[in-house]
Design a protein. Structure first.
Length: 118
């Protein structure tokens, strides 16, 4: 299925937003372990909105480019774990974040067409 490459930046933005929503939804679930039912509900709403946004985002590009953008959620999980939950961010985690971010940049970079003779 061919997609219009002009819409790819929109698809990437939507997929990154979906990743953010699902990650924050999961954080709400983690925080709800203390017994706050309202956080469970907020988590489901955020996660559900993120899932619906993923479906919309997939209309704007190739699956092989857009779906890996969800790995931004891993980066955000480490950041939120450190900031909100006080978890340690080790050198290995930081290296993993760097590799994920590099992969996202490489995937989102525009492809150069090579001039090949037929």
């Amino acid at each position: 299925m061919k997609k219009n490459k002009q819409n790819l930046p929109l698809g990437i933005i939507l997929m990154l937003t979906a990743s953010l929503l699902t990650c924050v939804g999961q954080l709400c679930w983690k925080l709800s372990a203390s017994g706050a039912l309202w956080l469970v509900l907020v988590g489901f709403v955020l996660y559900g909105c993120g899932a619906l946004l993923m479906v919309v985002a997939l209309r704007f590009g190739e699956l092989s480019i857009l779906h890996p953008m969800l790995s931004a959620g891993y980066v955000l999980s480490i950041v939120l774990g450190g900031v909100v939950l006080g978890e340690s961010v080790t050198a290995y985690k930081a290296a993993g974040v760097a590799v994920i971010l590099l992969g996202l940049v490489l995937l989102s970079a525009p492809e150069k067409k090579e001039d090949r003779p037929c």
